[in-house]
Design a protein around this ligand. Structure first.
Ligand code: PXP
Length: 240
């Protein structure tokens, strides 16, 4: 049964809109867990524009399910991860000034750096996931790097302009999930998923976890976190 990890970055985005102390992503994480989510995800960006070091530290103490940290593959972030020890690290590309993560990792160009960082995390008991586009080369390279998971970037599917494009992207994701499964990789998926487009993805077998943030936080503003999380849980666990 796939898990749902809820990304609470945008609770911190709202806090930082006023450089205030509220809303607190820590309080929200507790509510999200009580609503039944399987995990909490945060992205500690190098510019610290939403989630701060304080959030990571306190969430590590408070989160009882599983804490996933998205981060750039840099020595500064590696040090942070080894200090705080989240349950899982997802390595993502980061471009200064980007609105959100813009694509999967270019594994070929970062192979040496990744092959140094991944085992240092794993030796310290941290599971590693690589955010990748649904492409054969990236998935095969991920297996070579002996990562525990890949997270398939679902953006192209979620931004498809017509039904034909949507089906094409969905089938590509399905094929890449199958390939990753055969290569013994754990499989996560996320980015741009919402209450409508998650339905078809949730029917794909072998996906271990969905990482969803913006749509859940946006819905929670209207209906509250308990309902927003429960509604998404029902959708992602459709095959259960
Ligand atoms: N996965 C990764 C690697 C991300 O960077 C993000 C955004 O922080 C997400 C999933 C969640 O995306 P969204 O907020 O669109 O649900």
């Amino acid at each position: 049964m796939p898990k749902l990890s809820v990304n609470v970055d945008h609770v911190a985005t709202l806090r930082e809109a006023r450089k205030s102390i509220e809303p607190d992503p820590v309080a929200v994480a507790v509510m999200v867990e009580l609503a039944g989510a399987d995990g909490i995800t945060i992205h500690l960006r190098q510019d610290r524009r939403h989630i701060k070091d304080r959030d990571l530290r306190i969430l590590r103490e408070v989160v009882k399910t599983s804490l996933s940290l998205e981060m750039a593959a840099t020595s500064e972030m590696l040090e942070k991860a080894l200090e705080v020890k989240p349950d899982k690290v997802t390595l993502v590309p980061e471009r200064e000034g980007e609105l959100t993560t813009e694509g999967g990792l270019n594994i070929q160009d970062n192979f040496d750096n990744l092959s140094s960082i991944i085992p240092q995390l794993q030796i310290n008991g941290i599971l590693v996931s690589l955010f990748v586009n649904p492409e054969i080369d990236s998935i095969k390279a991920s297996a070579k790097l002996k990562t525990d998971f890949i997270e398939i970037n679902t953006t192209k599917y979620t931004e498809a302009k017509n039904l034909g494009e949507k089906i094409e992207e969905l089938e590509k994701i399905e094929r890449m999930v199958e390939l990753a499964y055969r290569l013994n990789l754990g499989i996560n998926a996320g980015h741009g998923l919402n209450y409508k487009n998650v339905v078809d993805i949730a029917k794909i077998k072998h996906i271990d976890e969905f990482s969803i943030g913006h749509s859940i936080v946006a819905r929670a503003v209207i209906v509250g976190f308990e309902r927003a999380v429960k509604e998404m849980l029902e959708l992602v666990k459709i095959n259960a």
